[in-house]
Every structure is written in structure tokens, then in C-alpha cells.
Design a protein. Structure first.
Ligand code: KG4
Ligand code: ZN
Length: 351
């Protein structure tokens, strides 16, 4: 059983031997819309209300009962502290009551594991582009649960999803911004405005080729809107042009990472991987570069419980150590390993 409560989604999923048996998802997104972003206390309260109903709904969806549960994985970070705490409390309670082992896992490793539910085990090595609301990273992965994960690059400032959310707000497209821009951009011209491609081209300094920065691009859109949109240019055109800049940067750098490290599989995961233009452009450019592309189905891109069950299932099958009973939240956890709070005596030999 996997439990996810790091942000505004209460997700529960069941996975056995790499197969998704069933899952359930509740979202408090509507309760945050009027604030223009997730309010931690509101999210935490919604998790409290949705937790047990989602466990029961996922059990029903998977045609399982609680006594079938063999292990529990729960997101321990990164994420909102109060939201994470609800999932951890629930996971510990179920683990204690059912007398099964518990695994504290990293949310972003869950995003990567989501793809295995659709496309099977990850090849070794692969490059993983994680694009979520809080993170944008290029990773070199050999064994998602057995080895330290190598960060090829991370964003210097805003994450890609955060840029989508902020630009959507300034264009008056509402929250959450990613899906809103995705929709608006379908009616717009991606070549209408030449927004900058941060840290790309001749201006990028040596060593910055794989790095990301989206805050300047967001500011460029803000300046453009402030000075008054040119005649004949619609909000949809601005959305499409912004989206095109983000997608161009993401796909170019991900392909460069594959080329630089001699890797022939690219995996794109996280909420922004649900973006239609990103999926289409990556497919096109990977095909012409001879790189095998893997992207999870849309519903497994954004936060869910199935992805946490998927990483838990991988940890169980690899014989990973059980997390100590007293583990807690790690709200700013960096993705070095899929599992958080690994007992130190077993950690050393793995390094
Ligand atoms: O992975 P995720 O569900 O939560 C985090 O771990 O952060 O990612 C959420 C982010 C949000 O910023 C949201 O706007 C973005 O993913 N997102 C999208 C799309 N769907 C969700 N961005 C662009 N296009 C989409 N279709
Ligand atoms: Zn996420």
C-alpha cells in the first residue's frame, strides 16, 4: 500500500510485483483555488478527512482487503510538513495495526517509479527529467532503489511547474496553472513572441548547459504583459509562446544530458509531464535523436498514491531495510535515495 499526502492530493494505491492493482485519489485543489495556491493548513485538514475513505476506496478498487496488505510505503518528504504528517500518521497506524513493515520514501522517487507501472522496469542507465511543482532536475539513474541517485542538474530558482502556475496567475488563467496554460496554448501561436530560453544558446556559460532557471522567463512574460500586449496577440498566444520556451528548454537539455552521458533512454515524470506540448515535442525530438522516450500515462504524472506504492514495491522486492519506527517528516529532502530515514548501519555499505 502506498500513501501520498505531500501536497493537495490524498492518494492511496496498491502495487504487487510491479503491477498496479488499484488506487484512489482525493484532491483539495478546489479549496485552494481562491487563494491562488495551496494553503498548507487547508490541505492538511483535507487529508485528515480523506485519508480513511481513500484507503477504503483504493482497497475496493483493487478488490483487496486490509489483511492482504504486506507492506506500507509513505511519502516522508519533500512537501508540506503538516500535510506529510497526516500521511505518515496514517501509514504508521495501519502498519502497527496490521503488523507489516513500513518504508519512508522520497516523493520524487515515487514520480519516477510511476513510469514502471506502465512501461516495466527502468533500463540501466537512464536519464530522468523530473518536472513538478516544486522541482526540476535531470537525474542519471542506474538503480532507482539500490544506488545513490546522481543529479546532473537542478533548477536554480523556480521549478517548471511553478513557472506555469505563476504565469497562469499573471495571465488571469487561474489555478492550477499548468493545465490552464496547456489548454489556452492549444488555441495560441507558439511563435507569436520570442521569449528567452534561459541558460541556453551562446549566452550560456560553460558548465551551465544542463542547468535550469525559469524565474527570468517568468519575469519576461510579466514585463511583456505589463507593457501591454501587442495588437493582434491574444492571451492564448502569450500562453503558447511561454509554454514553447519552457518545453524547448526542457527537451533540449534532457536530450543533451542523454548525449553527454551516452544514455539512450529518457524518462519524463512529474506533474508537468502531463503537458501535451511537452509530451508531443519530446516524442518528436527523441525519435529524431534516436533516444527511447518513456512518459507515464497522464493520470500517473500528477501526484497519486499508485506511484508511492510502486516505489514501495520496488524497495520490498530489493530487500531494502525497513524504516525505523520513529521516522518523521523531511519536508526539504533532496533526492539522493528513493528511501528516506535509512538506518545508518545499513546505509554505509550502499554509499
Ligand atoms: O508532481 P505534481 O503533481 O506535484 C508536485 O510534486 O509538485 O506537479 C504539480 C505541478 C503544478 O505546478 C502544475 O501546474 C503542473 O504540475 N502541471 C502541469 C500540467 N498539469 C500539472 N503543467 C503543465 N501542463 C500540464 N498539463
Ligand atoms: Zn509531485
Amino acid at each position: 500500500m502506498g500513501i501520498e499526502t505531500s501536497c493537495d492530493e490524498t492518494g492511496v494505491g496498491f502495487v504487487r510485483d510491479g503491477v498496479l492493482l488499484g488506487d484512489a485519489l482525493a484532491s483539495s485543489m478546489d479549496e485552494h483555488a481562491r487563494f491562488g495556491g495551496v494553503v498548507p493548513e487547508v490541505a492538511a485538514r483535507a487529508h485528515v478527512n480523506a485519508m480513511v475513505p481513500m484507503v477504503n476506496a483504493a482497497l475496493e478498487n483493487a478488490s483487496l482487503s486490509l489483511k492482504d496488505v504486506g507492506a506500507i510505503a509513505v511519502t516522508a518528504g519533500p512537501g508540506l510538513t503538516s500535510a506529510l504528517q497526516v500521511g505518515i500518521a496514517a501509514a504508521k497506524s495501519y502498519a502497527l495495526a496490521l503488523d507489516v513493515p513500513i518504508y519512508a520514501v522520497h516523493h520524487l522517487a515515487g514520480h519516477a517509479a510511476a513510469d514502471t507501472l506502465e512501461h516495466g522496469p527502468l533500463p540501466s542507465p537512464c536519464v530522468i527529467l523530473i518536472v513538478s511543482g516544486g522541482h526540476t532536475s535531470l537525474l542519471l539513474v542506474r538503480d532507482l532503489v539500490g544506488e545513490r541517485i546522481v543529479h546532473l542538474s537542478d533548477t536554480w530558482d523556480d521549478a517548471a511547474g511553478e513557472a506555469f502556475d505563476k504565469v497562469a496567475r499573471l495571465l488571469g488563467l487561474g489555478y492550477p496553472g499548468g493545465p490552464a496554460i496547456d489548454r489556452a496554448a492549444r488555441e495560441g501561436d507558439p511563435r507569436a513572441i520570442a521569449f528567452p530560453r534561459p541558460l541556453m544558446g551562446p549566452l550560456a556559460k560553460a558548465g551551465q548547459e544542463l542547468e535550469f532557471s525559469f524565474s527570468g522567463l517568468k519575469t519576461a512574460v510579466a514585463r511583456y504583459v505589463e507593457k501591454g500586449v501587442d495588437p493582434g496577440i491574444s492571451t492564448n498566444d502569450v500562453a503558447a509562446s511561454f509554454q514553447e520556451a519552457v518545453v524547448d528548454v526542457l527537451v533540449s537539455k534532457a536530450l543533451l544530458a542523454c548525449r553527454t552521458h551516452g544514455v539512450d533512454t529518457l524518462v519524463i515524470v512529474g506533474g508537468v509531464a502531463a503537458n501535451k506540448r511537452l509530451r508531443d515535442s519530446a516524442e518528436e525530438r527523441c525519435a529524431s535523436a534516436g533516444v527511447h522516450l518513456r512518459v507515464p500515462p497522464m493520470r500517473l504524472c500528477t501526484d497519486n498514491g499508485a506511484m508511492i506504492a510502486a516505489i514501495g514495491d520496488l524497495l520490498v522486492r530489493s530487500g531494502s531495510p525497513i524504516s525505523p519506527n520513529d521516522f518523521t517528516v523531511d519536508p526539504a529532502a533532496v533526492l539522493h535515495r528513493a528511501q528516506l530515514f535509512i538506518p545508518s548501519e545499513v546505509l554505509e555499505p550502499l554509499v
